[in-house]
Ligand binder design. Structure first.
Ligand SMILES: [Zn+2]
Length: 376
């Protein structure tokens, strides 16, 4: 087996640009090759996005049997912001690796690839999976395709336990908020305001908006809508709206309002959505809602306990940002968010990852594989 260097692999991945606004086919080709050279079975899933870019997600598997442990990451990044730095020329300085995606999340991805590649398939009692998705930064398109279309996962079944390797400074995370959206539309009638023949959608929706302002106060102050496992403990209730730039002397034909809130386990987000919908209906407004539940794995779950032991950390945490764990939780028993790097670095100019932490991650993932796929 070739020996693997997490710094080298991270640099190789960073140097192949794969912002969500372009195709990630090149970096996916590189990753697919790596899997093939290291005795993984690999599935390639593709679609073409709205801008006609080819988007590739990969699911790799090693070992026999059902269940097992999965490591899931994404291969897209936010845009490089080339005018401010050289994002695709990774450099190491003072123990930090700089480059777009170093932290979010090509470095963490490289650590999972190496930990999984270093294991001898013959030793595995349970299989290892590595998933690498497209378009995580712009709506989870790759992860959705993996959930809906992966032949490999429907043939063998999903791993029972999954590590989502987003940067948490190698601190095990058992929960993060989900998200719900309510779309409300008022339909008026456009006419020149001098004629008095129009109906302003803005006036139709105004009383509803006043009630939303009241709800915003309630959601921020009523303890029953909070969960103090999170910081902040509230739902982040927000509202945006448009009358589509209606001219000042014309009545608005249509006003659209979008309300969003972040779901927490044991929170009252479903009550909150119902309250919004009920008020919209009261004023005869068009209304629809959709959302995803919070990600939650019991802090007592085996996977969390194994992650704590591997990292030497006493207690699992929650984080304020969301991940693709939201989608995978319908398919797997337990998940942990656990990766090297600090989320504060994500999406920044001058993004970096601490090299020592990146190298530690390989050891942490290796220990988890030994515990869950070899010893168990
Ligand atoms: Zn990420």
């Amino acid at each position: 087996m070739t020996s693997h260097n997490v710094l080298q692999l991270s640099q190789d991945l960073i140097s192949i640009a794969s912002a969500s606004q372009i195709s990630n086919a090149d970096v996916s080709d590189y990753i697919e090759n790596f899997f093939k050279q290291n005795a993984f079975e690999v599935e390639r899933l593709e679609y073409t996005d709205d801008a006609d870019n080819r988007k590739v997600s990969l699911v790799a598997r090693k070992g026999e049997g059902k269940g097992g442990l999965g490591f899931f990451s994404h291969s897209d990044t936010v845009p490089g912001a080339e005018e401010y730095w050289d994002p695709y020329d990774p450099v190491v300085k003072d123990g930090l690796l700089y480059g777009r995606g170093s932290c979010d999340m090509k470095g963490p991805l490289a650590a999972t690839m190496i930990a999984a590649a270093n294991v001898d398939a013959k030793q595995l009692k349970h299989p290892i999976y590595v998933g690498v998705t497209a378009d995580e930064e712009v709506g989870f398109g790759g992860a959705r395709q993996v959930c809906e279309e992966s032949q490999l996962l429907s043939q063998y079944g999903w791993p029972t336990q999954v590590v989502v390797a987003e940067p948490t400074e190698l601190r095990p995370v058992y929960s993060h908020k989900g998200g719900f959206h309510v779309a409300v539309t008022a339909h008026g009638k456009a006419a020149h305001s001098s004629t008095e023949k129009g109906i302003s959608a803005n006036f139709l929706i105004a009383p509803f908006l006043a009630e939303m302002a009241e709800l915003a106060k309630l959601f921020k102050t009523d303890e029953s809508f909070m969960n103090h496992e999170f910081d902040p403990p509230t739902m982040g209730f927000n509202m945006v709206m448009t009358d589509h730039n209606c001219a000042g002397n014309v009545t608005a034909a249509r006003t659209d309002v979008r309300l969003g809130l972040r779901a927490m386990p044991n929170g009252r987000h479903e009550d909150a959505v119902a309250m919004i919908v009920e008020r919209a209906k009261k004023y005869n407004l068009e209304v629809s809602s959709r959302g995803v539940q919070a990600f939650y794995t019991s802090p007592d779950a085996e996977l969390i306990q194994v992650a704590l032991a591997a990292t030497g950390i006493a207690k699992a945490e929650t984080v304020p940002f969301g991940t693709e764990a939201l989608l995978y939780q319908n398919h797997v028993d337990e998940q942990v968010i656990l990766g090297p790097g600090n989320i504060a670095q994500a999406h920044t100019v001058g993004e970096y990852i601490d090299l020592a932490q990146l190298e530690n991650a390989v050891g942490v993932y290796t220990q988890m594989i030994e515990e869950l796929c070899i010893r168990k």
